[in-house]
Structures are given as C-alpha cells and as structure tokens.
Design a protein around this ligand. Structure first.
Ligand code: TZP
Ligand code: MG
Length: 210
C-alpha cells in the first residue's frame, strides 16, 4: 500500500489532552504508523499556527499526509497537504478556490450530507461522531457504525470514522468498512502515544492489505 494514501490510521493532535508537545505527538504518531496527521488547534493566533504547521509539514514530508483542521488560510500559508472542514466552517467551494487541488476533507453526520459533500468535490469524508465522545463537546448524537456502512454504499471517496473510537470498538468500525479511523483520547492522552497509534494502525492496515 502506498504510504501516502487516504487509508489507515488518521491521527489528530491535541494540546489539551496531552502534556507532550505537538511536535512530539506528531513524531510518535508517525513512528507508530499513522498515515494522516491533522493539526487541530482552537486557541492560537494564525501566525503561531502557521509557524507550527510549517514545522509539522517537514516532519510529515514523505511519511504522512499533513492536514490542517478548520483554517484554510493556515493550510494555504503553511503549504499543508490539505484542510479538514466542518459543516459550519468555510464552504467547500471557497476552500477549493484557495487550495486548488489540495486535499479537502469534510465532516458529515448523515447520508445526505455525505452525498452532497462528495458531489461538491470533497476528497474524503469524516463521519462523526460514531460513538459518544467527551473530546468534542458539540459533536452531536452518536450514529453507531451502521452509518459508516450506509455512507460507504453511497459514496466513492474515502471515509474516516471519528468519535469515541477506542481499542474495544475499533474492530466494529473496520468491519463496517471505514477506510480510515481516528481516535484522539485513546492515543494522544496516553503516555506512550507511539504504542497506542501502532496498535490501531496495525489493526486497520492489516485489514486493508488483505
Ligand atoms: N470530531 C468529531 S468527534 C471528535 C472530533 C474532533 C473528537 C474525537 O475524539 P475522541 O477522543 O477520539 O472521541
Ligand atoms: Mg471544524
């Protein structure tokens, strides 16, 4: 499998859940086999984010796809591989104007949003939240894994499952057909981030190479 494909474990940084620096989080996640790294930050200036993202872009170069959450301008200035936007963020059309052919991921909560995001040109979809999560307070009602199956029947673009995913339920997420899975608290809040990522990454990628 090409390492820089939208498949496998999707890692998201978190400066509140971890005592480790963002750079160390990303280094550990890459060593653990994460294929996508998303920089998710809510409380920094744009200048600070661009500066951090330029460093992360270099850390990821040739090893993982580097995506910036929410901020299309930061993704553009740091020359990230792409951006991830929610239903309430910058529109897909606007993001596409700024980022051209870079990767644009969109969060969806049901089949209709998924079909529309694909029609509008999303490169991948984040299906959220699959299970209950305390990490994102406004994530909404958990869908369960059936939504992954339903969306996979209707769209061709890769699907990343997110929200409350942990060691006990990851198998059901893979089984439902997710191309990628993300687990924030179950990786970034752990003392050994590399080890936690490795365990998720092995499960997902071993299922995909078969
Ligand atoms: N988007 C949808 S749910 C979520 C985000 C960023 C949080 C997922 O965190 P966790 O700890 O894996 O439940
Ligand atoms: Mg967002």
């Amino acid at each position: 499998m090409d390492r820089l494909e939208l498949r496998g474990f999707y890692f998201i940084t978190d400066s509140e859940l971890s005592t480790t620096s963002i750079e160390e989080q990303v280094g550990a996640a890459i060593s653990g086999g994460a294929r996508v790294i998303q920089y998710r930050e809510k409380n920094k200036s744009k200048e600070d984010m661009v500066s951090v993202c330029k460093g992360l872009k270099s850390l990821c170069a040739g090893k993982a796809i580097f995506i910036v959450n929410d901020f299309v301008d930061v993704a553009f200035e740091a020359d990230a591989d792409g951006v991830h936007i929610g239903q309430e963020d910058t529109s897909l059309a606007e993001a596409r104007k700024i980022l051209g052919g870079k990767i644009i991921g969109v969060t969806v909560h049901d089949v209709d949003e998924a079909v529309k995001a694909e029609e509008d040109g999303a490169d991948y979809l984040g299906v959220s939240p699959i299970f209950h999560t305390d990490t994102k307070k406004d994530a909404g009602t958990p869908s369960g894994v059936k939504l992954i199956r339903d969306i996979k029947e209707k769209v061709k673009v890769p699907v990343v499952a997110i929200g409350g995913i942990n060691e006990s339920n990851i198998d059901s997420v893979i089984e439902a057909g997710a191309d990628m899975a993300c687990a924030i608290s179950a990786t970034v809040a752990k003392e050994d981030i590399k080890n936690a990522v490795e365990s998720f990454a092995e499960k997902i990628t071993s299922n995909q190479t078969s």
